[in-house]
Design a protein around this ligand. Structure first.
Ligand SMILES: [Zn+2]
Ligand SMILES: [Zn+2]
Ligand SMILES: [Zn+2]
Ligand SMILES: [Zn+2]
Length: 139
């Protein structure tokens, strides 16, 4: 699931994550610099994908993708849940796992004593940041 999410954010010209994504009139998205570079080698401004001509004035900033890219950056930073794309701010001592609030409400953790990460740190000596998998000791 994570990989397809990432695929949607990949530019078909540079095969990397979009930088400054723009939408052409034919509704294809590329990095701004990729389109402009492509066009600099052309007589006419054709879409790199479908070859339709697109006036450069009609390049629109792709705000939806901008938002998704921001989410992706945040996920790298704060450990977002890969299922729900929410911050994993909770801890389940039974499963020794970090959870988001939707994970907590799922049947898998029903009846588990789920805590805020900050409380869990104090109580179970959970170490911060890296190595959440090997939390180790139970109380
Ligand atoms: Zn690109
Ligand atoms: Zn196109
Ligand atoms: Zn979740
Ligand atoms: Zn649990």
């Amino acid at each position: 699931m994570a990989s397809s999410f990432k695929a949607e954010l990949t530019c078909s010209v540079c095969l990397d994550l979009f930088q400054d994504p723009v939408l052409t009139r034919c509704e294809h998205t590329f990095c701004r610099r990729c389109v402009l570079e492509f066009w600099s080698q052309q007589q006419r401004n054709m879409c790199p994908l479908c070859r339709k001509v697109c006036p450069s004035a009609l390049l629109l900033r792709n705000r939806v993708l901008d938002g998704l890219l921001e989410t992706l950056r945040q996920r790298d930073k704060v450990q977002l849940c890969s299922d729900h794309l929410l911050e994993r701010s909770l801890y389940c001592p039974e499963d020794q796992e970090l959870l988001c609030c939707q994970c907590r409400d799922s049947p898998r953790h029903r009846g588990h004593n789920v805590l805020a990460v900050a409380d869990a740190r104090a109580r179970y000596k959970v170490r911060g940041g890296e190595g959440w998998g090997g939390v180790g000791e139970r109380p």
